[in-house]
Design a protein. Sequence first.
Length: 135
Amino acid sequence: MHPILKNIIAVVAGLLLGGAVNMGIIILSDGIIAPPEGADLKTMEGLKAAMPLMEPKHFLLPFLAHALGTLVGAFIAARLAANHFMKWGLFIGACFLVGGIANIFMLPSPIWFTVLDLGVAYLPMGYIGAKLANR
């Protein structure tokens, strides 16, 4: 298989599988840590309204979803890539970072969560995922 095609497939697989891990954790999070009383977390408007009611424990699973989704995506991309493994792992981290930044604008969160999420969950996890692929 041509290396360029293999790299494209690696990146697409990393984005899809990383996104699936992220969404899976987000979907399961309500069952693990109950949302604040009366909060409707099914819509963006409900999430915005519930944000002031949220405690630090409510941000644990979204952070893990972002970090583990990025880690898995970067691992898959680096593992499947034909070459430049670290570059593709970091590319996945950068793609997820862009999504994280967009999410911060759409759904304002506490500053401590914004700093933690943007600083730790994306590029560092992309790097670690690529290193774990250890090609």
